[in-house]
Design a protein around this ligand. Structure first.
Ligand code: AMP
Length: 281
């Protein structure tokens, strides 16, 4: 496994590997867990070469968000990636990704202002900009993202389509702890008490899912069922509870297959998200 931190180093490392076959790419912010590992494994199954980036992208954090305290565990991350058979890891500094004077951004329009984009103004502009840059640098045939960040997937699909970027996005299922909590680098922020409180997110989704499975199609009723679970949990503050179309991220009135149940909530000072896609009906 080669670890490179410069654009020249990345290009040279990948040039030497490209003729092996399809290249898969997994962008991350590090503090890796089994959710990230599942993306790497998906790339390893499908591609001959796998590249991973570790970059805590400052432009996707708001001024009062957790950029400075975001967990950084580079050594453990590299060990995990090595043991998973990754070929190239790109670990740029902010100065490498955003040299002085850089000013071009990628803005996907209204889609970027929905769900997490509504709570985190500018977040998806930062995400789309850094992922566009990474796609240009790595030039992968396949790129792997988690359903965990469902709104991010919608934003990046729109970007790839609008900018004709020749990459296939592969969306991998949410990896959970045994008790249902969606794995997240931010789970490390949680105290033992908050960790218990955080389980309400997956419980709320399970309640919405169960109601949908019983035949309920009114999005409002599903939303209320999810809210009821979250409102019952002291120590948790709802950010959003939504039933949306996964492509447009707009609310739906009646659910059909592919509708997304999505929740975001503050547990103490930690913002957590989770979602479920309703199965075919
Ligand atoms: P991050 O490092 O948080 O930016 O995440 C990097 C990638 O890992 C994104 O595509 C995430 O959606 C994905 N990811 C994060 N958590 C999970 C999870 N629990 N299951 C599956 N994928 C995940």
């Amino acid at each position: 496994m080669q670890t490179v931190s410069t654009i020249g180093g990345l290009r040279a490392a990948l040039a030497a590997l490209r003729d092996r076959g399809p290249l898969g790419f997994v962008p991350t912010m590090g503090a890796l867990h089994n959710g990230h590992r599942s993306l790497v494994e998906a790339s390893r199954r499908q591609c001959d070469v796998t590249a991973v980036s570790i970059f805590v992208n400052p432009t996707q954090f708001g001024p009062n968000e957790d950029l400075s305290r975001y967990p950084r565990t580079l050594e453990a991350d590299l060990q995990m990636l090595e043991s998973t058979g990754v070929d190239v890891v790109f670990t740029p500094t902010p100065e490498v990704m955003y040299p002085a004077g850089a000013s071009t951004v990628v803005d996907v329009g209204a889609l970027g202002d929905r769900l997490d984009g509504a709570s985190r103004p500018g977040h998806f502009r930062g995400v789309a900009t850094v992922v566009a840059k990474l796609f240009h640098l790595v030039q992968p045939q396949f790129a792997y993202f988690g359903q965990k960040d469902a709104a991010q997937v919608a934003v990046l699909r729109q970007m790839v389509r609008d900018l004709d970027i020749p990459v296939e996005l592969v969306v991998c299922p949410i990896v959970r702890e045994p008790d249902g909590l969606a794995m997240s680098s931010r789970n490390r922020y949680l105290s033992p008490q908050e960790r218990r409180t955080a389980l309400a997110l997956s419980r709320a989704l399970a309640a919405g899912q169960a109601l949908a499975d019983s035949g309920e199609v009114q999005a409002g009723n599903l939303q209320r069922a999810m809210e009821a679970v979250l409102l019952n949990e002291p120590g948790l503050k709802i950010d959003y509870v939504a039933v949306v179309d996964w492509k447009t991220l707009l609310p739906v009135d009646a659910v059909k297959s592919g509708a997304l149940l999505a929740v975001a909530a503050w547990v103490g000072t930690t913002r957590l998200i989770d979602n479920a896609v309703l199965a075919a009906r």
